[in-house]
Design a binder for this molecule. Structure first.
Ligand SMILES: [Zn+2]
Ligand SMILES: [Zn+2]
Length: 255
């Protein structure tokens, strides 16, 4: 199994995971041409994608999904709540399957487990992908870590983990107060310390890859995120990957 990120952050997200003969895209917050360009950078054409799973209806995750699905006849999986927020975009020419949080399903060789997260959208989920032997867990866009999130993620082989902001930078920065409260609130985004605390509370014994994701360009730095995660794991900073808005993360293989 392998994975890569096309880009990560408030201006657009997409992740691709491959197992056996199947490649699945998670979210697409980029325009059609930009998505094709970013897939090509990873050696992929849209025709090699088997389908798109969607976490929630925020534009940085869903804005490019319907267009990509229509242009390349790709099926889409999303929750009822997410679909309800985007009904017109998916009303025609897209094969849509409604999923329920916590009910696993498969797309070809990729096993998909959605799980619910606390975030300010209708019915948000995040995903754990597997090939029967290894598990890649993704967690972004969550205001806090629930016991359920911990139990789903523990023991995974690879983890893409939100480090949205540094609390001091958010506090002292120039975001309007309402936005500061939203981002830092219970249904906003994980800060570096919340991400680190999750790692401390879960079994990381099998972890081969750790990628910090969804970093705010104004309220965080890659150095602060890496420092928080590497300190709690007792690993070198170089071992922790950082997904960027423009470059994403290149392919990583799960051995
Ligand atoms: Zn987001
Ligand atoms: Zn969101």
């Amino acid at each position: 199994m392998r994975f890569a990120l096309l880009g990560s952050g408030s201006e657009g997200n997409a992740l691709v995971v491959g197992a056996g003969q199947t490649c699945v895209l998670m979210d697409c917050g980029f325009g059609l041409r930009e998505t094709e360009r970013r897939l090509a950078r990873l050696g992929l054409s849209p025709g090699q994608i088997s389908g798109i799973v969607v976490t929630h209806e925020h534009g940085d995750h869903i804005s490019g999904v319907a267009k990509l699905a229509k242009a390349h006849k790709l099926p889409v999986w999303l929750t009822h709540g997410t679909l309800r927020q985007q009904e017109s975009a998916f009303a025609s020419d897209v094969v849509v399957t409604e999923i329920s949080p916590d009910s696993p399903f498969s797309i070809g060789d990729v096993h998909v487990l959605p799980y619910p997260v606390p975030h300010d959208s209708a019915e948000p989920v995040q995903f754990v992908f597997g090939d029967g032997a290894r598990r890649l867990a993704v967690l972004t866009d969550a205001g806090h870590v629930t016991p359920h999130i911990r139990s789903v993620l523990t023991g995974c082989d690879a983890l893409v983990l939100e480090c949205n902001h540094d609390t001091t930078m958010l506090e002292l920065g120039n975001y309007p107060l309402t936005l500061k409260r939203r981002v830092g609130g219970h249904y906003g985004h994980l800060n570096n310390q919340q991400a680190a605390a999750l790692l401390a509370a879960m079994d990381c014994g099998r972890l081969q890859h750790l990628v910090a994701a969804h970093l705010s360009q104004r309220n965080n730095t890659p150095e602060l995120a890496v420092q928080a995660l590497s300190t709690v794991l007792g690993c070198s900073g170089e071992w922790v990957g950082v997904a960027t808005q423009t470059g994403g993360v290149d392919w990583r293989e799960l051995a």
